[in-house]
Design a protein around this ligand. Structure first.
Ligand SMILES: [Fe+2]
Ligand SMILES: [Fe+2]
Length: 482
């Protein structure tokens, strides 16, 4: 049943791409599979491979009911190859091929460009699993433990999604890239993952929630841009990945919201009026709001770097070619070719930040980053609603784009969180005001103690409003084998 809504579950690899009728591809994926399982056992969630976890598995690509929930050991998870349904008569929505029928095969001239985009996207998926592999040991509840593992298995599936495209459309080179995706390691000195933020540590659960809120949100933006692609199999792959990605951001955004909620409640109970009264707040076993702000500054700035240089010929070429579009391209009202258009970019010129109009085609990274910033601001607003409702005079903010950057216009300068430029000496003096400190890390490390009793939560996080799949509050989401 090729390209259907229902998924073929009979073989080793669940799929809706007609794998049974494509022996060459089937063999390639089955050859890759044992290496993937080895990677999962080596680099996947540490200490919980035998646990029964209440996970959702995609059984269809019908938006009305695509997942089923049930207990499964993670190594037995049904990682599959799933594409959103084909859109009849789809045309290339942007660039110089706009209006031509979407490609079902890779156009020869764009082969290298497409392969590179697939590999970069693919590399982030196993990287985040590697970054998060130690977190199970300190989960604040079984509910959160389950959410961590859900995110992990789905990132594993996203790797499958990219490997499918590489193996199906890129021959020997694609197979080699698929092997390399299993060889690189997050944070490894000699063989690291490809992008900076995916080589950083995710040492604690506050970092995990920040990562899933901010960095998975970059993933969402990249997938949205690739979902526009004129290369139809990529578009369909990304459209289905986005349905899973929404849950990752829910985990991050609601995770931070629950921490903020718990902190505010504890401060109120203790009669603490000033959120900056850090020592007293920490004595309550909750995370102070200024520390949450410093974590925001760190994860947000690392994530902005993932958008690459503000002005980029690669981005222009990928758009022109019809390979990578803009966020929600179809909803934008312009010619979708941008040949004469301009776009404002904040630049750093002679030590000053100035806005400049540049050709819109070369500013596409900047544009996607701007859309990301708008999206991310919505989450911060919801966190602030929690603080406001609790009656505290404190607001979390997104730092200025120039703050703590390593890539692009601002990589050569130091800036505070408001965008005021600092000398190196001033930065050194004030650094601990902006970014998590060694003392912060020590405090959080002490706080991170596992809670494995069904329905119980660590002191520093509030329970969720509702359970996963409408389960009750004391549901045992993970059955840990002793
Ligand atoms: Fe992903
Ligand atoms: Fe994700």
């Amino acid at each position: 049943m090729p390209d259907g809504i229902d998924v073929d579950y009979d073989g080793l690899i669940p799929n809706n791409v007609g794998l049974a009728d494509d022996p060459r591809l089937k063999k390639a994926l089955e050859t890759w599979h044992p290496g993937y399982i080895d990677w999962w056992m080596d680099m996947g969630p540490e200490g919980f491979q035998d646990a029964e976890v209440y996970l959702r598995t995609a059984v269809s690509v019908d938006p009305k009911g695509w997942a089923k929930f049930g207990f499964v050991k993670m190594p037995d998870y049904k990682w599959g190859v799933l594409l959103a349904p084909a859109v009849e008569g789809r045309t290339i929505p942007f660039g110089k091929h706009k209006g031509e029928p979407a490609w079902q095969e890779v156009p020869g001239e764009y082969r290298a460009m497409l392969r590179r985009l697939l590999v970069i996207q693919g590399d982030t998926e196993p990287a985040s699993v590697e970054q998060q592999r130690h977190l199970g040991a300190t989960a604040p509840s079984l509910y959160d433990l389950r959410n961590l593992f859900q995110v992990n298995v789905e990132e594993g599936r996203h790797l499958w999604a990219m490997v499918y495209l590489l193996q199906k459309y890129f021959g020997t080179q694609g197979r080699e890239e698929a092997e390399d995706l299993l060889r690189r390691r997050s944070g490894h000195q000699d063989n690291p993952r490809m992008l900076g933020a995916f080589n950083e540590r995710t040492p604690d659960w506050l970092s995990f929630f920040m990562f899933t809120n901010f960095t998975d949100r970059d993933g969402k933006m990249q997938l949205e841009a690739l979902a526009q692609s004129g290369f139809d199999p990529l578009s369909r792959t990304c459209r289905f990945m986005l349905t899973e990605e929404a849950h990752h951001m829910f985990v991050g955004e609601s995770g931070v919201a629950r921490i903020v909620e718990r902190t505010c409640a504890a401060m109120k109970e203790a009669g603490i009026g000033d959120p900056h009264d850090t020592a007293r707040v920490r004595a309550l076993g909750v995370i102070d709001l200024p520390l949450i702000q410093r974590k925001i500054n760190l994860h947000y700035s690392l994530t902005l770097d993932l958008f690459g240089n503000e002005i980029s010929t690669n981005a222009a070429n990928a758009f022109n070619a019809g390979i990578k579009g803009r966020f929600r391209e179809a909803k934008l009202e312009d010619d979708h070719q941008l040949v004469d258009a301009t776009y404002p970019v904040l630049r750093c010129i002679d030590g000053k930040l100035v806005e400049q109009q540049v050709p819109a085609l070369s500013a596409l990274n900047m544009r996607l980053r701007d859309d990301y910033i708008t999206d991310a601001a919505g989450g911060v607003r919801r966190w602030n609603n929690v603080i406001e409702r609790a009656g505290f005079d404190f607001r979390l903010t997104l730092p200025h784009q120039a703050h703590n950057r390593r890539i692009g216009e601002f990589s050569a300068v130091k800036a505070d969180t408001l965008g005021n430029l600092l000398t190196d000496a001033e930065w050194e003096v004030r650094r601990d005001e902006f970014l998590p400190t060694a003392a912060d890390a020590a405090f959080i490390a002490e706080l991170m103690q596992p809670v494995h009793t069904p329905g119980a939560f660590a002191s520093w996080i509030a329970p969720p409003k509702t359970g996963i799949d409408s389960q009750s509050g004391d549901f045992e989401y993970v059955k840990i084998s002793e």
